[in-house]
Design a protein around this ligand. Structure first.
Ligand code: SF4
Length: 205
């Protein structure tokens, strides 16, 4: 049986063949390959166990992650990211609970690692000079967001990030909010925000 590696190589070869036949596709393919290098050797780091919201269905509060204590010493965060950079880490996935509450920890990461993305609820502004992408979570239309995440969070996130070129709004699809996708997409478009999607896996509770 062919190994997964060989199957992947075959797929890459097939894609290369298709792209070679079209100049525009070839250009896009080369750009994707170049950009993919930024993702090499990634690391995923939760910067804090604290959050300013308490959303219904939050993964973070589902398990025992909230029992963890934060590393408060910023010099240790700086040393940590410096060590990761020495290991040639090129990309960092920054999570929380809500990492945006700790701008000094985000800066410690950005000072050492060139590329990254910060998962955020959008209610806290991240300094403009942090070069990472920002994935702002969206759970549904304004009314459902108010019920699940707290009043005003939907519009606050848009005020903070709709026109921020680093940000894209990630609509987490579940069985209850599928019917709101068009409505939310229209709002996002109207506000000039970028939008993408992921899937929600229900927590046990
Ligand atoms: S913003 Fe994120 S981490 Fe905070 S409570 Fe909501 S889902 Fe959980």
């Amino acid at each position: 049986m062919a190994s997964a590696f060989l199957v992947n190589m075959e797929r890459v070869r097939a894609i290369r063949e298709i792209c070679r036949s079209d100049a525009a596709l070839e250009q896009s393919f080369q750009k994707v390959r170049k950009d993919a290098r930024k993702l090499s050797n990634p690391v995923s780091v939760d910067l804090t166990s604290r959050c300013n919201l308490f959303c219904e269905g939050c993964y973070y509060y589902e398990g025992d992650a909230q029992e963890m204590t934060d590393e408060e010493d910023i010099s240790r965060w700086r040393a940590f990211f410096a060590a990761e950079a020495k290991e040639n880490v090129q990309f960092v996935y920054v999570g929380g609970a809500e990492a945006a509450l700790f701008p000094d920890r985000i800066r410690a990461a950005a000072d050492k690692i060139p590329n990254g993305i910060i998962a955020a609820n959008g209610t806290v502004k991240i300094a403009k000079d942090i070069p990472f992408r920002i994935a702002v979570s969206v759970w549904g239309n304004p009314e459902d967001t108010a019920k699940l995440r707290g009043g005003g969070t939907f519009w606050k996130a848009l005020r903070n990030y709709a026109n921020d070129p680093r940000a894209h709004f990630v609509y987490t699809i579940n069985s209850q909010n599928m019917g709101q996708i068009r409505e939310v997409a229209r709002i996002m478009k109207g506000e000039g925000a970028q939008m993408t999607f992921n899937m929600y896996s229900p927590t046990e509770s």
